[in-house]
Design a protein around this ligand. Sequence first.
Ligand SMILES: *Cc1c(COP(=O)(O)O)cnc(C)c1O
Length: 477
Amino acid sequence: MGDSLTRVNPDPRRSLPSVSALAGRVGSLRPELPEWAVVQAARRVIEEARARIDVVLGPDGAGAPRDSLDLPTSDEDWAERVIRTARTLARRHPRPVVNATGVVLHTNLGRAPLAEGAAEAARAVAAGYSDLELDLDTGRRGSRLGALAAKLCELSGAEAATACNNNAAAVMLAVDSLARGREVIVSRGELVEIGGSFRVPDIMAASGAKLVEVGTTNRTHLQDFERAIGPDTGLLLKVHRSNFSQAGFVKEVELGDLVALGRRRGVPVMEDLGSGTLIDLTREGFPAESFAPGRVATGADVVCFSGDKLLGGPQAGILLGRAAVIDAMRHNPLSRALRLDKLGIAALDWTLDAYLAGRARDEIPALRRMLEPPAALEARARSLAGRLAALLKGAGEVRVEPGRAPVGGGSLPGFELDTWVVALRTPRGARSTAEALRRASTPVLARVQDDAVILDLRSVGASEVARIEAAVAESLV
Ligand SMILES: *Cc1c(COP(=O)(O)O)cnc(C)c1O
């Protein structure tokens, strides 16, 4: 009952510090923190306190007991909260991390890591001038994407190609170019949400096309498309189910059948492949449909996919297709708004060269990691486990175990790679250890499973083992 006495105290809003006083105090305690971050942090901490008071006490201050307010209790406490917030604000972003989740194409961790050569190509162009839109032979205006397009055609067998900022943009650009103000027919089983607000129906709406859904969630037949085609049909669209799979009583329309139907009825056909490669990985167990040249060979008018998923390049949307269709996109005013920047062009150009030279499997990190044989991962896991056991000195447990890791990044649902992991059990517990690893000077991202931190070597390069060791060492102090 003692709590209720606090209600007669003056309104705590009146005892909040001022931004300038709090920021000044923190500034003298931590002169190394940038002033802008300290001032913004002080403002946030005070505003959050005020908002909590408003919620808990209500406008007249007669609400719940103020123990539940979680207000700072001393000057040090106020300063401490501001310092923590200011540090977060001032931190560089994004920072490099070690991906020990096993998911090679991790959306939250920046998807595909670039090859050293691709990163260097981007750096060289970024740090100076380049012939981005100049023809050095004639001295006249040159084509921004011409070189990329030629390489994409060579690799895919497509008649024409272009690239834009990302695959979501590629879908928008294609739909807008082919079907603005007209109808786009899509199976109900393929109205997917990729995450990060990419939803097929929303993209249709944004592109000014009218979505016509056909079939049911689990089954769509060619006749469903056929019956829906009318005078206003602008496009038949197939969307890859990148991040989920269906089993049981299911039926989807094959791209080849859709292409034949489109030909008969004079309607263009497009596939949003999501994740595509330019080398055939079926022998390595990857699904055949991710081989983009195979999709182009069906005769589809356009096939699009991401540059930074299975391809292993920079963020980009790659569009392969018939010359007239690609031309329409190039002349669409939207293409300027959705265009690929020079860093992306340089990195993608280098990446395509690696494919053309037959070096992709060795030099593209995403491919190299996905194709690395389990025996190599086991050896790396044993080496990491040995180092960690030496650090723990018996205070905890380190085990090497086989596992399975998804590819991630909205690629190949249900498809998993064999992997090897180090399972780490420490006295402070798995959650707390995983958190400490995230806060290490080079953060390490791991999975928590039951009572163990799982460090999965599928997504860890040989040079990163020492960084994991360092992060675990930091987590022990
Ligand atoms: C990933 C994906 C997208 C979005 O691609 P971004 O490159 O992330 O813009 C669109 N469609 C499908 C089917 C996808 O898998």
